[in-house]
Design a protein around this ligand. Sequence first.
Ligand code: HEC
Length: 452
Amino acid sequence: MTISSLSRRGLFGLVGAALTAADGKRGMIVRSSRAEDLEMPLEGFLESYITPVERFFVRSHHYLPTVKAEDWKLKVEGKVSSALALSLDELKKMPRVELVSVLECAGNGRGLYEPSMPGLQWTYGSVGNGRWSGVRLADVLKRAGVQAGAIEVVFDGADVPVGTQPEFVRGIPFAKAMDPNTLLAYEMNGAALTRDHGFPLRVVAPGWAGDCWVKWLTRIEVRDKEFDGFFMKTGYRHPGKPVVPGVPVDPAQMKPVTTLRVKSVIASHLDKGEIGLGATKIRGAAWSHESPIASVEVSTDGGRKWAAARLGKDAHRFGWRQFEFDWTPGEAAYYSVMARARNAAGETQPFVQEWNPSGYSNNTVHTVRLNAVSAPGAAVSKPAEPAVEAPAAFKATCLGCHGEEAIAQQRLSRAQWEAEVGKMQRWGARVTPENKETLIEYLFKRYPYRAR
Ligand code: HEC
């Protein structure tokens, strides 16, 4: 079954499982409504080369701020010879640069890891291809005059932390900050940034994961020592080597997430769907990091034979490439259709992804299983949700800072739920000793670990 032949409700039922409001924001998959986390549905890969702003995924660790351009200033401080406070008009007078780049959340594909781990259960669509305009970060830093010994540049935004969660502050190495392609953007797709995409200014770090594309930017600090705030020291870290699945790793032993990985997504057909026997097109998009996409190959027999897909004509160094592959199943059978991208550096996608504790950087070959039949009907049943009544303490304790979507998409063991409730206590949830067991018991029974 192709996407276009599915109703929107049917598509969400599959891709977003139980947590999606079918009438969710702008047809997006709602991973969290407050703070706002929205995933692009699969059809977004195909609709246009540049992802429209309203289709672009949104990831917000904190609540959205309201920033008035007149009151806003960008501070540049730290290891600089003259600290700056620049208005939007002053920035707009500096040389303007524009580039197309993929923006992908480091956690895109987290929801596909087994065993699963807590976190937003993104599947494929926390990625988009945008046109970004603004100034070079290097030009701003040169204007402030960087002092000797600078190793890192960190970014802080105006967003408002949820509960007692630490401020979202992320940094990049000084060399990446000085790269002429690293921007401070005030426009996305030719218009001022919208509120949920970081108005009035955000970082654009092409080829690097979304965590360093800080939004609502208010302060840049040039540092001669590594910043050790929560989102550098604990968040957005990857072991950098394969580890035993499901086993915790000390964040101190892990490395910050940096560049994206070469990846492709099949967006034209849904996994476990039914198709007819006639001609169809396997379509999708592929992207990489600082090395552009060189080819995409498609297999319709589980990876035994591969053939080149046609790449779309739109190409930018940091942008994605759309691809298309003509296929006629011909015979009634169960097909495993796969896509595999390769970049100019010769890197390609793994068939089996090494697990990591926070579920980052998933670029596994995307496999879509299709049942070809002469008269295709409807597809895909979804597992029933366990019927368990919520205790009174649940609403009072757990739904103050965020909605239930953040909770309902998890599939966790009892021990993981216990750890999750402990984390929420550290972030300000008032869990009383009497309620703690009741809550853990409910969460585990209602949202247990189960296979997808
Ligand atoms: C004081 C505010 C607050 C309360 C109350 C709260 N949470 Fe959270 N919760 C947070 C924050 C902060 C995040 C992370 C937001 C982000 O980084 O995107 C979060 C995220 C989550 C997530 C998503 C996975 C993750 O770890 O990021 C789950 C699941 C969750 N909370 C469960 C709960 C449960 C269960 C309760 C009740 C025991 C609860 N929350 C109560 C602040 C709170």
